[in-house]
Design a protein around this ligand. Structure first.
Ligand code: FES
Length: 261
């Protein structure tokens, strides 16, 4: 972990609600695993010293990309206004990311959140390893979804929107048993209730024993300092109390006490 200043090299509109900004940093690109995060200083009049956790993905061997959407959070809204040539002060990489997918597995990537960067990073590694990849996404409406048209065609996609504006109307719930039966390993991001639902399904399907099967990214909205100091993110696991920001944010959900999900 170190503090550094990164320059924005590209800013691209991916779809009406999605921007990608690229940051050049060969050193961070070499160190970062999907699911690890950076604390970015987002300087705005209201939150001058509060850093925001962001989850970059790797682009090639020397670039990081941040996916940004319009946000009600003042810091993230400030970040979205940055332009090519601007600099960002960041600390990282922080936390423990997703384990690397091993070769030729059935990999399921699943989320009810638009914050997909860690799963896109896992997707790149899994495809490179020769794995078969399925991605299942849930959102309130089509405009809240990551622009799925730019995903690789090798990825089998399942989409559910609550208003039926894309894919199946409703939630992913009816698909979960089939997806979890098919998968060798599942990587998930999203809300706490979604992780809880996944964990319940995995417990039923794997008869209570599902360690090293379902990995979830702890929601970073629950982070205070993000540096392991304030203890606001502590959760009970079968291996004792853990800090989500420092010991996670990725956890094997089979080892997290169900009361904390
Ligand atoms: S957010 Fe402060 S210890 Fe985790």
């Amino acid at each position: 972990m170190h503090q550094t200043t990164l320059t924005i090299t590209h800013k691209t509109l991916l779809s009406p609600a999605w921007w990608q900004i690229n940051l050049e940093s060969p050193k961070l690109a070499e160190q970062l695993a999907p699911g690890q995060f950076l604390l970015v200083q987002c300087t705005d009049p209201f939150t001058a010293y509060l850093r925001r956790p962001v989850f970059p993905m790797l682009i090639g061997s020397d670039q990081l990309a941040l996916l940004l959407r319009p946000s009600s959070d003042a810091g993230l809204a400030w970040l979205l206004t940055r332009q090519v040539g601007d600099t960002l002060n960041v600390i990282g990489p922080l936390g423990q990311g997703f384990p690397k997918p091993t070769e030729e597995q059935h990999v399921c990537l699943i989320s009810d959140s638009p914050a997909l960067e860690p799963l896109l990073g896992q997707m790149q590694i899994a495809l490179h390893n020769g794995s078969v990849v399925t991605m299942a996404l849930q959102a309130s409406r089509a405009s809240r979804l990551y622009p799925i048209s730019i995903l690789p065609i090798a990825v089998e996609l399942h989409v559910a929107t609550l208003d039926g504006s894309m894919g199946q109307r409703g939630r992913l719930t009816p698909l979960l048993p089939d997806l979890l039966h098919w998968a060798d390993v599942v990587y998930a991001t999203g809300t706490m209730s979604f992780l809880h639902q996944l964990n319940q399904q995995a417990t039923e399907i794997r008869l209570g024993h599902h360690t090293q099967f379902l990995y979830g990214l702890w929601p970073q909205q629950l982070f205070g300092c993000g540096l392991g100091a304030c203890l606001s993110c502590v959760l009970p696991t079968k291996h004792g109390l853990k800090r989500a920001c420092a010991d996670g944010p990725v956890f094997d959900l089979g080892s997290v006490m169900t009361m904390s999900l």
